[in-house]
Design a protein around this ligand. Sequence first.
Ligand code: BEZ
Ligand code: FE
Length: 302
Amino acid sequence: MSTEKDSPGDEDQLQAQRERELTDRVLASWAGTSDERLAQILNSLTEHLHAFVREVRLTEVEWTRGIEFLRAVGDVTDDKRQEFILLSDVFGVSMQTVTVANLAVGDATEATVFGPFFVDDSPRIEHGGDLSAGASGQPCWIEGTVTDTVGAPVPGARIEVWEADDDGFYDVQYDDGRLAARGHLFADEDGRYRLWGLTPTPYPIPHDGPVGALLEASGRSPMRPAHLHFMVTAAGKRSLITHIFVRGGEFTDSDAVFGVKDSLITDFVEQTHQLPTPDGRDLAGRSWSRVRFDIVLADDAP
Ligand code: BEZ
Ligand code: FE
């Protein structure tokens, strides 16, 4: 009489059957989910998580280490530090979510990661104003236009710009709570904007926590290439969250969070101190740089 364990082949089959049955039982347990989208997410997540465990033959010790790792990620997370977002960033999940959400539309400017350093109440800057507010770095003249995908200007578009100082710190990482190297302005009637900022420099993502340890264990660098953050919003247009990166700068091929897109690599042109500034500003003998970033907004999805 044949039993469950007639041959090694039968045992493999039995094992596979038990593993599949467990996955199916969990899938069935979500059957009462009334929100269709939630049901889709729970089912797909279950399939992928179970497939992962089965494929790598995850051991119980490894599972425990994974849980301890997630606990450590939670332990360092507070209202100033979001280690879970960093974890998502270094797995490229944040960037994949951005990519899925921002369908390609004509020449619309590509989006990239938001990052953890945006704040809502940035100062308003007049055209030609300076967002640095005392943050250290080389002055950089930033100018461009905001248009739609057929080239019509988008007057009044709100343009938020934020960046790190040349020590690699955002103001929210300072101890004294001051706002610096961030601001917003509105495109003029021709869709143009211009302001002074700082020439961006590369900096590391926070890497003194469990995500940093993960990067270290895998021989990966925590560095991000030099970039300026932009968020551009206008009525009837798809909101754009993006950066521009410095062409020829370090780390554009190895961004720790996979945010670089070729279309966002931009010329920051070095200017000697002898060259007059576009607005006649006196830079007291300092060199400066300039960059042009023409922003194209897609229409809001109907
Ligand atoms: C940033 O560019 O500000 C950033 C993005 C992802 C993780 C950490 C920092
Ligand atoms: Fe940044």
